[in-house]
Design a protein around this ligand. Structure first.
Ligand code: HEC
Length: 116
């Protein structure tokens, strides 16, 4: 009888110990915030050029600096979620952005439109 209880207690102790010492899997990095400098600039340079980049000769809403891009953040998302042929669709006269790129813009907004 006593042996059974002792065994039971040890088993519980082992389970609790194992559960509590479970390490975070190595190599798993904390996800960085999606930000203007790292994530949005490359996308804008690839897909919104030259129209929105004054340095490339663009004369539309300026996305080349953080303040400008931040101001239009939600408008960007609204417009890239439209479809070619819809009024206001962006990128103007180009193919619709892939879902992954639309997701980057959405994440940037969801995470607070940060600069870096
Ligand atoms: C070929 C040129 C061209 C490209 C490329 C382009 N745009 Fe535009 N964009 C325009 C024009 C023209 C307007 C103004 C007409 C309008 O509002 O629809 C505009 C307006 C906008 C506006 C509204 C700005 C305002 O003043 O309210 C947003 C937001 C926008 N574009 C987002 C984007 C995004 C995001 C991309 C890239 C994924 C992009 N555009 C690519 C030409 C372009």
């Amino acid at each position: 009888m006593m042996k059974k209880i002792t065994f039971g207690l040890i088993l519980v102790a082992v389970i609790v110990f194992t559960a509590c010492t479970k390490k975070a899997s190595p190599g798993k990095t904390v996800e960085k915030t999606t930000n203007y400098t790292t994530d949005i600039v490359p996308l804008l340079q690839a897909k919104c050029t030259p129209c929105h980049l004054p340095s490339k000769g663009g004369n539309k809403a300026n996305f080349e600096n953080y303040e400008g891009a931040k101001k239009y953040g939600t408008a960007m998302l609204e417009r890239v979620m439209l479809n070619p042929g819809d009024r206001g669709f962006m990128p103007f006269k180009h193919a619709k952005l892939p879902e992954a790129e639309i997701a980057i813009i959405k994440k940037w907004i969801d995470q607070g439109l940060t600069e870096k």
